[in-house]
Write a protein that binds this ligand. Structure first.
Ligand code: CMP
Length: 137
């Protein structure tokens, strides 16, 4: 069993599609091991995306991620990291396959509805960023 961190971003929360997105994870065999709705400060968003600190989109991305509430989840299942990335689709919705979350709900490469960890190392960092072991079941 593998765990990955998933975020429903402010654009998708505002569109009122939290349930539709979660249902896609469940229908594909992923379990919600932990979940909460939070509103990050700019500083918290900067800490979460610290690996992108030198990218040209870092400031805009962290503004976006702190503009409204998000839903953070730990998804659990076999190959959860890869499976979640498949369900999400490509980062840029213009390149996302039909039927993926980003194809259906993302606005553009930045406001792209969801985030998912991209490796076991980032999953470990990202899960710890939001949850203690006592909150994951
Ligand atoms: P995410 O999977 O959360 O990982 C980093 C985020 O940065 C990404 O989704 C997008 O929201 C954003 N991002 C990635 N590439 C770009 C880009 N070229 N321009 C703007 N935002 C980007």
């Amino acid at each position: 069993m593998e765990r990955t961190l998933s975020i429903i971003k402010p654009d998708a929360v505002r569109k009122n599609v939290i349930g539709e997105i979660i249902s896609r994870f469940e229908k594909n065999g992923l379990k919600i091991a932990a979940m909460k709705k939070i509103w990050m400060t700019k500083q918290e968003a900067k800490g979460f995306y610290i690996v992108h600190k030198d990218k040209p989109f870092y400031d805009s991305l962290t503004d976006f991620m702190s503009e409204g509430p998000i839903v953070v989840m730990v998804l659990e299942g076999e190959n959860a990291i890869a499976k979640n990335r498949e369900i999400m689709g490509a980062t840029n919705p213009a390149n996302a396959a039909p039927g993926t979350i980003r194809k259906d709900f993302a606005e553009n490469i930045e406001r792209n509805a969801v985030h998912g960890s991209d490796s076991p190392e980032t999953a470990a960092f990202e899960i710890k960023y939001f949850f203690s072991e006592l909150e994951i079941f």
